[in-house]
Write a protein that binds this ligand. Structure first.
Ligand code: AHR
Length: 337
């Protein structure tokens, strides 16, 4: 309503108008102040996400669900792909701080070297949520929470499955590890070794990094097959499904039958491993939930509303899948990823 309308239509005195304008101004000011501290996030949040890269099907699914989840919640997502490099992630976090985002999601490629940049985010009052990997720091106040699986337990689940599968039979195992320096790689190894230590018939004979990629997983498995006497490898444990898909290819090319001549157990639960299980080429996978970002958004929204800090670690499940449900799981997941 303009001044002419106010004066003309309602015959208000100039003093009355001044009082009314003052009232309106105060209401607008109070309203916008309330919106500023509004925990209901009516203005919509802006979140920066520093993602590691796109090394695996699981990682691609995490990115897809991060975008979808943001859209569903009216969150503006600023996404940065670090191409596997920590320095790119540090740059991205600094740029998010400079842009004044409301929160930062960080999937840390390696576990060490984060204190300084996370200190900068903390000084700027921007909460950081870690996704799918933990960091090494003496100061856990540098982040709000970490949404990850129990990565030691994932290794244990895989090792227990293998011990049960081979029963008392002697079994020489090869291991394809993920990216060197990532928190979960040491953990997936530790958990697996713990579980097979209870079975004296299981022997881990070779281990090497396949960098979480299909191509590298294949290359590493080819090396194992050449280094070991033909037919002497009983099982392969891979820190993710993509490297296992590469290893399966290598096993086939060596004239052996994956899933029968060489047992397989890996981690992630991507559609292709369910397809391989349904085809009889793989034996087991431990699922890693890909919806880490949507979980983080909900934690963030709840935190902004009630200001109660979430637990320092929000654990996602680690469920084992075998071929009996593989065809159904493949059908259920193939378009989700
Ligand atoms: O941090 C999660 C791991 O990273 C997944 O298991 C692997 O596929 C990914 O690249």
């Amino acid at each position: 309503m303009d001044m002419k309308t106010l004066l003309g239509s309602r015959k208000i005195s100039r003093q009355g108008l001044a009082r009314r304008m003052l009232g309106i101004g105060t209401a607008v000011l109070l309203g916008s102040l309330a919106a500023g501290c509004d925990s209901g996030d009516k203005k919509g949040l802006t979140v920066g996400f520093s993602q590691i890269g796109s090394e695996s099907g699981w990682r691609a699914a995490e990115t897809k669900l991060a975008r979808q989840g943001a859209e569903q919640r009216g969150i503006t997502l600023k996404f940065s792909d670090a191409q596997q490099r920590q320095e790119n992630q540090i740059k991205a976090v600094r740029s998010f701080i400079a842009q004044g985002v409301d929160a930062i999601l960080l999937a840390p490629v390696v576990s060490s070297g984060w204190d300084e940049v996370l200190g900068e985010a903390k000084a700027a009052n921007i909460p950081v949520i870690l996704l799918d990997r933990q960091i090494d720091t003496p100061n856990v106040d540098l982040y709000l929470t970490a949404v990850t699986s129990d990565t030691i337990e994932e290794g244990r689940v895989a090792g227990r499955w293998l011990a049960g599968k081979v029963q008392g039979r002697d079994c020489r195992i090869v291991e394809i590890q993920g990216t060197v320096g990532a928190s979960l790689v040491a953990n997936r190894k530790k958990g697996f070794e713990e579980a097979i230590a209870t079975a004296p018939n299981l022997h881990l004979v070779r281990t090497q990094s396949g960098e979480f990629t299909r191509a590298k997983g294949k290359e590493v498995m080819e090396g194992f097959l050449k280094a070991e006497a033909p037919g002497s490898i009983c099982a392969v444990y891979s820190h993710n499904d993509d490297m296992m898909i590469g290893a399966i290819q290598a096993i086939k090319e060596a004239g052996l039958k994956p899933g029968t001549d060489i047992l397989t157990v890996s981690i992630d639960g991507v559609p292709d491993i369910f397809k391989a299980m349904a085809d009889g080429d793989a034996n087991a996978t431990v699922e890693l939930a890909p919806d880490m970002a949507p979980r983080a958004y909900d934690i963030l929204l709840a935190y902004r509303k009630d200001h109660a800090p979430p637990p320092k670690w929000v654990q996602t499940p680690s469920k084992l899948y075998e071929p009996d449900t593989a065809a159904a799981e493949y059908a259920r997941r193939k378009d989700l990823y």
